[in-house]
Design a protein around this ligand. Structure first.
Ligand SMILES: [Zn+2]
Length: 166
């Protein structure tokens, strides 16, 4: 029996609403609403960054199917589809999961946030840095992939990486 709560859910096969070779969807054991579902890779992966592309694709496709089924079966008005990705984001179980939470008008669930103000300079700096990191230059892409392997063991990168893992 696994130490990981989410691996155990997948092994126990209780409250399973969907399963294939890559992912499993289960009713949450601590639901915030009736029909709160967790969609998880079967393989033990901690944060989204570690989820292989084909598994992430499958997980989000199944989250959408689950959401659609919730609308039809529970006659709800909306769903929140939430990933707590890293400890700072409230993740407490070290196994990636997509929460699909049924919503009805005035259900009292508090998931709202207020916008903060940032200077134009801060915003354009973030835009520039993120664009470079996400898109990269096409000819540099392979190199930066290789570089990542080495920079991950650099002090700050490693510390920042570990901080995200619950
Ligand atoms: Zn696990």
């Amino acid at each position: 029996m696994s130490d990981c709560e989410h691996c155990r859910f997948a092994e126990e096969k209780e409250l399973v609403v969907f399963e294939d070779e890559l992912v499993v969807a289960v009713l949450a054991k601590k639901p915030v609403a009736l029909g709160h579902i967790l969609v998880m890779p079967k393989q033990h992966v901690t944060i989204l960054e570690q989820v292989p592309d084909n598994v992430a694709e499958r997980a989000f496709i199944i989250a959408n199917k689950v959401s659609t089924a919730l609308f039809d079966v529970l006659r709800i008005n909306g769903t929140n589809i939430i990933v707590e990705n890293g400890t700072a984001a409230g993740q407490t179980t070290p196994h990636f999961a997509i929460n699909v939470i049924p919503r009805t008008e005035n259900d009292g669930l508090k998931l709202s946030w207020a916008a903060k103000r940032f200077s134009d300079e801060q915003i354009s700096m973030a835009e520039m840095q993120l664009q470079k990191e996400i898109q990269g230059a096409p000819e540099e892409q392979k190199q930066s992939e290789e570089k990542k392997e080495t920079t991950l063991v650099g002090d700050n990168e490693l510390v920042n990486h570990l901080k995200r893992i619950p």
